[in-house]
Design a protein around this ligand. Structure first.
Ligand code: ZN
Length: 138
């Protein structure tokens, strides 16, 4: 088992970043050829998922969908707890999840041709995020 990390700088409010190349690089640098890789963000206002990374989905559709069900401009109970204002960020992270696991074959995560691994920033501030890749196998 190997745990590798890389860092990304994010913008607030639904920044969506293609991290496929970094993940594949972490797997390549490991000694593991076949197994699984888990991608995780240590934080409760970020998300890991997959999509077809194209502008329609990434810049408009996903953002509109999430804004419809979890709008930023709303009073969440969380805002009263710490006096911060990122209730929507926490709920979006809760919905999307902070990790995803993929099969690894011949030194690569298996993905569809039009499937990329994405990091989603839901916080209301710029963040530097550490992404953890836990690679298991042989
Ligand atoms: Zn908070």
């Amino acid at each position: 088992i190997e745990i590798k990390t890389f860092s990304i700088s994010t913008k607030p409010y639904c920044d969506i970043i293609d991290i496929t190349d970094q993940v594949q690089e972490m797997i390549k640098e490991s000694d593991i050829e076949n197994g699984i890789v888990n991608i995780h963000v240590a934080g409760s206002t970020g998300g890991i998922s997959t999509t077809e990374y194209e502008p329609g989905l990434v810049k408009t559709d996903i953002e509109n969908f999430l804004e419809k069900i979890i709008p930023y401009d709303k009073d969440y109970a969380h805002h009263n707890t710490w006096g911060d204002h990122n209730g929507a960020g926490h709920l979006r992270s809760f919905l999307i999840g902070s990790s995803e696991t993929f099969p690894v074959q011949n030194g690569k995560a298996i993905l569809g041709t039009w499937q990329q691994i994405i990091y989603l920033e839901f916080d209301e501030k710029r963040r530097n995020r550490t992404i953890y890749c836990t690679i298991m196998g042989e």
